[in-house]
Design a protein. Structure first.
Length: 215
């Protein structure tokens, strides 16, 4: 049986990267050299199954792989952008504007410290600019990305890869109303200080004493 031709689809990032025998952080293997060409065979969540030119395969954090353009651009057309930086830049600007608004309200005395903490809870921003180079924190995907002005590429990730990324936490379900004991006159006993809101929508179940046949 002929060995399939090796067709690199990605390269290892410039700093190299760790590898695993299976999509399990507890099973590390030999790390990969920087800029090594690899072929991405499969994806499982954040994990990527890669093949090297010598036939060796491993699992890596697929978010860190640098994609290789497969086809040259057509003459007369603008080069395609693998990741447009403008949407992420807009989200960062909105988050920064939100924080600035709340900080100004705090400084002006319109907010107290507790309200400021509540209103800014969950706001996460990260921006480093050095000339034409830009690093942004993508809070949605828990990663730092690098921007050269035209496109984004993953620079570092904040979490280990997951085969099945955790779904968002379900909304809290209110606890059921506790069972109440029905009083002598068919109404629930009131707690001290509670208001009487009148009769309920339906008559609650009452305990009827047994009938004495001698009466």
């Amino acid at each position: 049986m002929a060995t399939p031709r090796f067709l690199p689809t990605h390269v290892v990032p410039p700093g190299g990267m760790p590898a695993w025998e299976s999509p399990d952080p507890a099973r590390p293997t030999v790390p990969l050299d920087a800029l090594l060409p690899v072929q991405l065979l499969d994806r499982r969540g954040d994990w990527g199954h890669i093949l090297c030119a010598n036939g060796w395969s491993a699992w890596v954090d697929g978010r860190l792989l640098v994609a290789i353009p497969q086809n040259p651009p057509v003459a007369g057309t603008a080069p395609a952008r693998t990741a447009d930086p403008r949407p992420l830049l807009a989200r960062v600007e909105e988050a920064l504007a939100c924080y600035r608004t709340e900080a100004e309200a705090l400084a002006a005395g319109r907010l107290d410290g507790e309200s400021f903490r509540d209103r800014t809870k969950g706001v996460r921003i990260g921006v480093v600019v050095d000339g034409e180079s830009l690093w942004l924190f993508d809070a949605t995907h828990e990663r730092w990305v690098y921007c050269d002005g035209t496109r984004l590429s993953t620079f570092a990730v904040a979490e280990e890869p997951h085969e099945n990324p955790a779904p968002p936490a379900p909304a809290a379900v209110p606890a059921p109303e506790p069972t109440r004991v029905v009083g002598e006159f068919g109404r629930a006993p009131r707690e001290q200080g509670a208001e009487d809101h009148g009769p309920t929508d339906h008559e609650p179940t009452r305990l009827v004493p047994p009938v004495n046949p001698d009466e």
